[in-house]
Write a protein that binds this ligand. Structure first.
Ligand code: SF4
Ligand code: SF4
Length: 302
């Protein structure tokens, strides 16, 4: 498996139109030999974020400071690697803002140990990239880990960052498939000026059309040893805590990797079209312009 050549999966924060259209037609979960191959998994190594984007579908803008405990991360990555027999196309280390994690080098190194042939991308808002030290860049280089920035319309010193990436031979790409390196001249093309808003409503019912859901099966996230079908389900606890709500999960909303008996359970989970939690969700894909906000009101998600 060539770690740099597989087709990209979903993103952490915002989609481009082209990306959405492509992914909707290509939810690949088989390899060339027609065997099950996990397409991608996102893993938050920081729940919180240093940006405060409205409508964040990870709820990171309202999450309290929290890092994935490193020992637990290692245990869970071992488990996921063993359950998937290391057959994972893309691993995304993200958040929140993953560069806020002071031990990021340990997470990246261990990820590579668990998934030697997987394309590993750090998904970052890029605000901290220019201040990262030499060891960070060297670790990425030694472990062949890429950077895929979420290019929001904010001021970033790309000239300096791209120079560092070149100096340390680290790939910075415009999209998750890592096919096109970011340059000063193509950055505009990859910018993400809008989000897709998801609406949560306790009074919705099973008749809502879930076929418009842009997250499933392309936003699978792993946290605390469990696979979740989307970031809404994976990180709803931040929303519940912030707004004192009770959008709780059932055990059918996720797959506990420690209870998986064989790989076909993962395949079945990824093919599931609707989860119990989906009854609260209205995925009408309303486009909203990106906005950094100081105050977050519940109507961003309802
Ligand atoms: S950069 Fe914005 S959208 Fe991405 S995790 Fe942070 S708050 Fe959410
Ligand atoms: S809760 Fe269900 S419908 Fe909503 S984003 Fe997640 S998978 Fe899609």
């Amino acid at each position: 498996m060539n770690r740099r050549k597989f087709v990209g999966a979903c993103c952490c924060c915002a989609f481009t139109c082209a990306g959405l259209a492509f992914l909707n037609k290509n939810p690949k979960i088989l390899n060339e030999e027609n065997e099950f191959l996990m397409h991608h998994v996102g893993v938050h190594i920081a729940e919180h974020c240093n940006l405060s984007c409205k409508y964040c579908c990870h709820f990171s803008c309202i999450a309290e400071k929290e890092f994935y405990d490193l020992d637990k991360f290692k245990q869970d990555m071992d488990k996921m690697s063993s359950v998937l027999d290391k057959k994972l196309v893309e691993l995304q280390l993200l958040g929140g803002e993953p560069l806020l994690n002071p031990q990021i080098n340990e997470y990246t190194k261990y990820s590579r140990e668990c998934f030697p042939k997987t394309r590993i991308n750090i998904i970052t808002n890029a605000t901290l990239l220019d201040n990262m030290d030499k060891t960070f860049w060297e670790t990425l280089n030694e472990n062949e880990i890429n950077i895929v920035p979420s290019l929001y319309p904010i001021k970033i010193n790309w000239s300096s960052i791209l120079d560092k990436a070149e100096k340390y031979n680290v790939g910075i790409y415009g999209y998750y498939d890592c096919k096109e390196k970011l340059t000063l001249s193509n950055i505009d093309r990859f910018q993400k000026p809008f989000f897709y808003k998801m609406k949560l409503d306790k009074n919705t019912n099973d008749n809502i059309d879930k076929s418009k859901c842009y997250m499933r099966p392309k936003c699978t996230n792993m946290y605390n040893g469990k696979l979740y079908p989307c970031t809404i389900i994976a990180y709803i606890r931040h929303f519940n805590k912030k707004f004192n709500k009770d959008f709780y999960l059932t055990e059918n909303d996720y797959l506990d990797l420690y209870k998986v008996k064989n790989i076909s359970e993962v395949e079945k989970f990824l093919k599931t079209t609707q989860f119990p939690f989906c009854k609260y969700c209205i995925p009408d894909n309303e486009k909203v312009m990106w906005e950094n906000s100081k105050e977050h009101l519940i109507d961003e998600w309802t």
